[in-house]
Every structure is written in structure tokens, then in C-alpha cells.
Write a protein that binds this ligand. Structure first.
Ligand code: SF4
Ligand code: SF4
Length: 296
């Protein structure tokens, strides 16, 4: 209600004088509004926990590259919407399922093809098959230009790992026909369809730069499974404080398994690291290494 009232331009106060958690009581309202001291217990102060991509999430790697290239993204609905949050800060719009591609398309028609050379559309595999593919068809039909990234993690991550039309399994887990996403994009007529591993950051950067410069439609499919799909024991990385130069490069993608020690060197939480290797690939000083099986 508070949000709605504020959205109509009417000034309102609410949560800042009552509480953001739990129920409102008559006594709470008496204390807050009438300033009576009824000795009510104050709600516990919970630390802020902003939503964040999991350690080892392949989307983080893609967003690191987009952020480095200073590109904006028209986003969509899924785990990857978290690309809006610092330090990745890439996703600028999220309207509804499938709107990433149509937003990019609309921007191109409204502002011109040069304008969207600073933009890409970002959509997951599940959302693409749900409602993104029709927008891509429209891009081709309406002679658009622009680059679409399909972040293919082989599942519907955000809502609990449901299968979809490209995973090869029904919702009951039975084997079924799997739609081939690159072939589907080519069948629509997309002239540039590239598949790449999300953690291959050197080539990903090169490919994105090349494709956004084109006056054509391009689809880049970053094909790397959700880190939570693979339940097997994963490799583990550690930071070597004696080699660390405190440059902060490895922290740029914002992996939650990494923190800074008091002296500015890096610490990797071995209960959280999933061994994706992104931090190691960013460290130029060999200060992050794979932990050998016997040393774990
Ligand atoms: S390898 Fe590095 S970036 Fe990947 S999960 Fe472990 S600490 Fe995070
Ligand atoms: S990138 Fe390497 S040297 Fe730089 S802070 Fe991280 S571990 Fe230390």
C-alpha cells in the first residue's frame, strides 16, 4: 500500500517508523504515532543480505565481461536478473518474461542502430523458449540489428531447476526430444549464431566486441550448466597471501566465496568455493591456485 501511494506522487511514511518485518500491532502504532513509551521489544536488527548469484555461477562470468566492456543489458526474468546488482551492475531493464529481446528491438527502432551498439539483450534458455523466441523472430522480420546473449545453464534455475523444452527431459524426468537452441536461431534466420563456454572470458570478450559492432542480428549462446546441477565433488581454489599483491582484480566479479583479510590479501571460503576458476583466471600474480586432492 505504501509503495502504491508513493507511486501516485502522494508523500507517505510507513516502514521507516514501524518495521520492515513482522506484523503491526495497535501498541506499535501507538508508540510510533503517538510517541507513547509502552516498552515494546524492538524487532531484531537483521544484517542486510542483498540477493547475489551463487559462487561458481556461470552468469557471473558473462556479466563480468559485459561490465568490463561497459555494455548495458536489457534483462529478463531469471537468476540472471541479479546482473543488475553491484558489483556486476549490467542489467538496466527487466520488464517481463521475454522482454529483453523486444526491449533491445524497440530501442533500436526508437533510437537507431548506433545507439544499441552499447547494449545487448540477456535472456536465459528457459525464458528464451518460453517467450523470447517470438521477439527474436520479430527482430528478423522487422530487419533489426542487435546482439542477444542466451545464458544457457541447461535448466530453469530461479524457480527450482525445472526442465524445459531444450533439456531433453519432461517435467516428470522422462527422456524426450530436446530443441537445439542454436539450430532454432539459425532456422529463424539469425545470420550470426555463436556458442561459447561462459568461463572462456578471453574469447567471450572478443566475440561480444565483434558481434555488437555488426549491423546484423547476432545470438551468442553461453552454454555452461548451472553450478547447482552438478552434485559431484568440485575442485577447490585457495589464495596465497604471500603472493597476493592486493590488486583486487579477482574480487571484481563479486564471488561470495571471496573476502579480504585485514591486510587486504584475499581469502577463499573453502565451504563455498565451487571451483569455477574465474578468480584464478583474473589473477595475474599466480596468487590463486587449485588445491590438490591430497591437500583438501
Ligand atoms: S573458483 Fe574463485 S570465483 Fe569460482 S567459486 Fe571458487 S572462489 Fe569463487
Ligand atoms: S587478483 Fe591475485 S594479486 Fe590481485 S587481489 Fe586477487 S589474489 Fe591478490
Amino acid at each position: 500500500i505504501e509503495e502504491q501511494v508513493k507511486s501516485w506522487g502522494i508523500s507517505a511514511i510507513g516502514k521507516e517508523i514501524f518495521t520492515v518485518q513482522g506484523e503491526y500491532s495497535a501498541n506499535m502504532i501507538r508508540e510510533a504515532v503517538l510517541k507513547e513509551d509502552l516498552g515494546l521489544e524492538k524487532p531484531a536488527a537483521a544484517p542486510g543480505r542483498p540477493p547475489i548469484l551463487c559462487p561458481g555461477c556461470p552468469h557471473r562470468s558473462v556479466y563480468y565481461v559485459l561490465n568490463k566492456l561497459k555494455l548495458h543489458a536489457a534483462g529478463d526474468i531469471g537468476c540472471y536478473t541479479l546482473g543488475a546488482v553491484a558489483p556486476l551492475s549490467v542489467v538496466d531493464t527487466t520488464i517481463c518474461m521475454g522482454a529483453s529481446i523486444s526491449s533491445l528491438h524497440g530501442m533500436e527502432k526508437a533510437k537507431g542502430k548506433e545507439y544499441i551498439k552499447n547494449w545487448v539483450a540477456v535472456i536465459g534458455d528457459s525464458t528464451f523458449l518460453h517467450t523470447g523466441v517470438n521477439s527474436l523472430m520479430n527482430m528478423m522480420y522487422n530487419k533489426a540489428t542487435g546482439t542477444v546473449l542466451i545464458l544457457d545453464n541447461s535448466t530453469t534455475g530461479m524457480t527450482g531447476h525445472q526442465d524445459h523444452a531444450a533439456t531433453g527431459k519432461t517435467l516428470q524426468g522422462d527422456p524426450t526430444y530436446a530443441i537445439n537452441i542454436p539450430a532454432l536461431c539459425k532456422a529463424i534466420g539469425v545470420p550470426n549464431v555463436i556458442e561459447i563456454n561462459a568461463f572462456d572470458i578471453v574469447n567471450l570478450e572478443k566475440v561480444i566486441k565483434e558481434e555488437v559492432a555488426k549491423d546484423e542480428v547476432s545470438v551468442i549462446i553461453t552454454k555452461t550448466p548451472c553450478v547447482l546441477l552438478d552434485k559431484s565433488k568440485k575442485p577447490l581454489y585457495r589464495a596465497l597471501t604471500d603472493k597476493c599483491k592486493k590488486c583486487g582484480m579477482c574480487m571484481k566479479p563479486g564471488c561470495p566465496a571471496m573476502t579480504k583479510n585485514a591486510d587486504g590479501t584475499i581469502r577463499i571460503d573453502d565451504t563455498m568455493c565451487t571451483g569455477c576458476g574465474l578468480c584464478e583466471s583474473l589473477c595475474k600474480f599466480d596468487a590463486i591456485e587449485l588445491v590438490k586432492e591430497g591437500d583438501r
